[in-house]
Design a protein around this ligand. Sequence first.
Ligand code: SF4
Length: 129
Amino acid sequence: MTMADARQIVCIQCPQGCTLRAEKLGTVPSYEITGNKCPRGRAYAIKELTNPSRTLTTTVATVFSDCPLVSVRTDGDIPLRDVFRAMQELNSYRAKKRLHPGEVMIADLAGTGVALLATSDMITPDTTN
Ligand code: SF4
């Protein structure tokens, strides 16, 4: 392996933001990870090398004029390669049911097997009282 095979990765698992150096070694891979202040950094670096993924947070349009947008997030990480396809699905999606935070909006986002949850309330407060 050469230095060119090593990657520098900033760990985003906690606010410390350690700068990691991650290198895949051998054809039956093992990994040399340095710069991490805790074991979570090693796990994060290996995941970044093998299957990078993220929790997707965004907003989705609704059919309700009093609540035209609702914030959402995935109920777990989805592979980075699927993020563009997921955003394409959401760009044409309109939420037709009022949800509370934590309720499932889409059970299987873009075939990833990961659910999309509402993270803001779509219920308009009753102001008639
Ligand atoms: S390696 Fe550990 S301490 Fe450093 S940013 Fe990642 S989680 Fe935080």
